[in-house]
Design a protein. Sequence first.
Length: 457
Amino acid sequence: MNAAKEFQNWDEDQTALKWEAGGDYTTTLGNIGTWKTLFIINRDRIDKQSLLTDVLASVSVPDFRNDEYRVKKEKILRSSLTRNITDQQILEVGVEAAVNNYDTIFTQEDYVSGVYELDSFDDVAVSENRYELFANHTYNISSKIVLQSSLVGEFSKISSLTVPLIGANIERSKKFQFLKPRVDFRYDFTENDQFRASVERKVSQLDFQNFVSKYDVGLDLVRLGNTGIVPEKSWNYNLTYEHRLPNDAGALQVEFFYRDIKDYIELVDFTEFFDTNGLPIARADIDPISVSGNIPTAKAYGIKTTGNLRLGLIGLPEALLSVDYKWEKNEVRDQFSGVLRPFKWSREHEITFNFRHDVTKWGMSYGAKGTILTDNGRHEIDEVASTYNGDSYEAFVEIKIFNDMKLSFIFEHITPLKYITDMKIYNDHIRYNDLSYLDNRTWKYVKEFSVFLQGTF
């Protein structure tokens, strides 16, 4: 039987500094074309300390503390030349260079016998030099047909330096080369009806936070980093039909999509089941470890529909109703249990609606919006969780006063919003199917009422 959980208090102190600067320059070079150059420079620093204590009766006993220092820096320079090849064709060619740096130090210290003892330490510096050569071509085949295509060649080098407490530094360096083509086709077969199709190869930018250790508050564990992770690649196919009602009365759009993914980034199994001699490790001595990594293949497909309608047909020409619906089916091979499952936190159905009515003659507006979601979940090395997110509804009223002032009333969480998570917790690695206990967690949010006064001075 598992011991009763202790009450825990989480204190966090964080300082942060973030800035960004950028600019662009455009000039016309006669018959050669239009030249445009832009640059972006930014820096993001976070210094965070956190302390978790066990609250026992009237005494708070420290459990552990974390210290995380992180600096992210980015420099981007992009330059391109655009010119008309013919009256129907436009060509843009250019180059982009980016330098990214990510440095972080993470420590966790456990409170043992009145003193703090180091439990986890991670000191990692990551740098990325990335260059892209690109060409974008637009061909207006006719007044109804447009073909756009692009080709991007990406060349990058990612280097990481890990400084352990004991032993030599660990250095890794990888070079990547990718071709990213894209083709977009658009056909206006009537004034109000349009068909679109696109094919594109995408390559994700790596999240360097996956390279280093971090503390997961929800799961109460330290997630180790993985400097061996590689970018995610996918082929994306889309077919879209759009119909617009006359006199801008509304529109309906239906999109079919399919994604074929390679090196999908998710949690993978780093557990060692065999020793250095190739002999099986006893189950009692196995330490289950999961980190962010790459899964060979995954796929996703579905339908997105969006629609909006002005309600002039019922005498409300200034009222607009919008409804969006998304159905997505996706699957990936779970790296712990071996079963096919949906993506982490993925929902199969999602509905959102938005209603707004502007009453111009009274200087007021009112409306409502809502979201309806189906369950989502996650799979870990020793647990499976399913979460119900609840429906969310909100209403508002805005009134103009004194011409330059606006008074707003917002009603949030009209229905009792709550999140319910059911978890199956296993004693060790899920492959042994040794269930320990069931965990049910419920978060409830109170109804909220806000008043805002806005003005221009």
